[in-house]
Design a protein around this ligand. Structure first.
Ligand code: URA
Length: 219
């Protein structure tokens, strides 16, 4: 029987989360079996009732792409289009994400897997709540265990801060290589933010170049 702290360690839940989200994280840990295969994981996400978002979502959105990809892209949560179609990043932000990937010679589905921190849409596109993030975390960890990516690209403040268990601003998190569960992680702006803040596209390009350099250095 694992101790509470060993369960948190296993789930990669850092000290800040332990203080804020201990009950939800414990419940999430208890509700997800370790070492799921893809079928079991897809089934678990489709039938998940671990948080209140299951009451309002159309469907759980697991992720899309190459299940043996070197690149894992992680966004925030499904929006209205993703909730309807069951695939991450299919709206306007998704088009920009595809263009960002193409800029470094990558293509959705080809050595790239795209997922979100949350598998269910928060109603009205509100920000995900901490207990929802904690409840969904085991699914992302299961995906990472199955994919074994070489590099994670975190899109936006929300994904970056939650994955890195920090409140630091995205401007301070980008521009260097972090680690998540031992996997190198690069932070860039969320495509939905870039659609509204065109001036930051140049910075996003720098981030993509850093990610590409990091990947090349791993090869
Ligand atoms: N924004 C996200 O973070 N994820 C999606 O899947 C769509 C929009």
């Amino acid at each position: 029987m694992l101790s509470r702290d060993e369960v948190f360690d296993e789930l990669g839940i850092g000290p800040a989360w332990r203080l804020r989200e201990a009950p939800a994280a414990r419940a999430a840990a208890a509700s997800v079996q370790p070492h799921l295969n893809w079928e079991e994981l897809a089934d678990a996400v489709a039938h998940c009732t671990a948080c209140k978002l299951h009451l309002t979502r159309t469907q759980g959105v697991l992720g899309v792409g190459d299940r043996t990809a070197d690149w894992l892209v992680i966004g925030e949560a499904p929006g209205a289009d993703e909730d309807r179609l069951g695939e991450p990043f299919v709206g306007q932000a998704g088009k920009l994400l595809d263009a960002m990937l193409a800029a470094i010679s990558l293509k959705r589905g080809d050595n790239v897997y795209i997922a979100n921190l949350l598998k269910s849409r928060p109603p009205g596109n509100r920000n995900p709540e901490p207990d929802e993030v904690a409840a969904c975390r085991p699914y992302l960890l299961a995906q990472i265990e199955l994919i074994q990516p070489k590099l994670i690209l975190a899109l936006g403040r929300f994904a970056a801060q939650n994955l890195l268990d920090t409140d630091e601003a995205i401007g301070r998190l980008r521009g260097r290589v972090h680690r998540f569960q031992g996997v190198p992680l690069v932070v860039t702006y969320h495509p939905a933010y870039l659609l509204r803040n065109l001036a930051d596209k140049a910075r996003a390009w720098e981030d993509l170049c850093l990610a590409r350099r990091t990947m090349r250095s791993l090869a």
